[in-house]
Design a protein around this ligand. Structure first.
Ligand SMILES: [Zn+2]
Ligand SMILES: [Zn+2]
Length: 75
């Protein structure tokens, strides 16, 4: 499932730039990492589709290949 809570695995809601788990009452930020070198990726949006660019590898990474991590936002 897309955008599931890292703690309870329930679907999270997108609200004001953050993901919100209503079960845990926790807000998260979503980060994408390079599957090759683990560097943070820059998100690129074009024509309604999302892709990611790694400045270390100097190449585009497909959305399905990137590693997604959620970091909890302080309450
Ligand atoms: Zn949760
Ligand atoms: Zn990379």
């Amino acid at each position: 499932m897309e955008n599931e809570c890292p703690q309870c695995k329930q679907a999270m809601q997108w609200r004001e730039g953050e993901y919100v788990c209503q079960v845990c009452q926790q807000h998260y930020l979503k980060h994408a990492y390079c599957p090759t070198c683990q560097s943070p990726l820059e998100k690129l949006q074009a024509c309604g589709s999302v892709s990611y660019f790694c400045h270390t590898c100097n190449e585009l990474k497909s959305k399905s290949a990137v590693q997604i991590a959620y970091t909890a936002v302080g309450q």
